[in-house]
Design a protein around this ligand. Structure first.
Ligand SMILES: C[S@@+](CC[C@H](N)C(=O)[O-])C[C@H]1O[C@@H](n2cnc3c(N)ncnc32)[C@H](O)[C@@H]1O
Ligand SMILES: [Zn+2]
Length: 251
């Protein structure tokens, strides 16, 4: 199922590395993940963002979203899934199915594999090191979508579960950071090569404590768009709207 990122032939585990028939070799790290990314060193989320995301997600504020994803996986009888742009692996952990997690960030995969039992690889969603028609499903949560690659790795009748931020996501946080906060654009994807079989909105509010709000800022693009003065505006716990679009597509 795994393929060599260089020559695209199958790779198999030989002792502590993966090898292909053309003698390309990829070491398995002590933590159990493998770097299958041949270009883009240091791409994706950096260590600080990864740690912030890990610390925030582990507090359970997005548990409702995780539960929805699990329900969808059970509903469509999905047994094998690729979590593309998996970050710390929060949504695809504890699923009791076969999970392949890929992220372009070595730091993210390092964190994911130190805490979970799934298979993790550093790789880009633009060129996933899986053979064609390998899996029942792909999961993308707040991560880049490369539809041709998804189509290629899905089995016939396979599913894409896509989660994107909806209009009011983190709105109150933006009111703290910006003088003129804006609503998110409704970016529901229309994907020609797959058929939408389900679309739902999940919206709820959580009281998020001050330290977790700072982690939330560090794991989002706001961190890079916001000057340090604005961080002083986060003084206390805040009730924040979490607003997700969840779409399910079938090949
Ligand atoms: C907003 S985070 C979401 C992470 C995770 N899905 C979650 O929701 O916790 C986006 C992730 O996509 C990764 N990423 C960005 N570009 C990527 C690419 N071309 N291929 C794979 N991962 C990518 C980043 O490193 C980061 O971990
Ligand atoms: Zn090879």
């Amino acid at each position: 199922m795994l393929i060599c990122p260089i020559c695209k032939s199958r790779i198999v585990k030989v002792e502590s590395s993966y090898k292909c028939e053309n003698n390309h070799s990829f070491d398995i790290s002590k933590k159990g993940y493998t770097n299958l990314l041949i270009n883009h060193p240091n791409a994706g989320d950096n260590k600080e963002m990864v740690l912030a995301r890990y610390n925030f997600l582990e507090k359970g504020y997005y548990q409702e979203l995780k539960d929805e994803i699990k329900k969808i996986i059970n509903k469509y009888d999905i047994k094998t899934i690729a979590d593309l742009g998996c970050g710390t692996g929060y949504y695809s952990s504890n699923l009791d199915i076969e999970v392949y997690g890929f992220d372009i960030s070595k730091e993210a995969i390092n964190k994911a594999s130190s805490n979970r039992s799934n298979h993790y690889y550093v790789a880009s969603s633009q060129s996933v090191p899986l053979s064609s028609e390998a899996l029942d499903a792909t999961l993308i949560v707040f991560a880049p979508l490369f539809i041709d690659e998804i189509y290629r790795i899905l089995k016939p009748n396979g599913y894409l579960i896509l989660v994107t931020p909806s209009i009011y996501h983190l709105y109150e946080l933006k009111t703290k950071l910006y003088d003129n906060p804006y609503l998110n654009e409704e970016k529901k994807q229309s994907i020609d090569c797959l058929k939408e079989v389900e679309a739902k909105n999940l919206k709820y509010q959580k009281l998020i404590n001050k330290d977790d709000l700072l982690n939330l800022i560090k794991m989002t693009p706001y961190f890079y768009k916001t000057d340090s003065l604005s961080f002083d505006k986060i003084k206390k716990d805040e009730l924040i709207t979490l607003d997700f679009n969840i779409q399910v597509y079938k090949k």
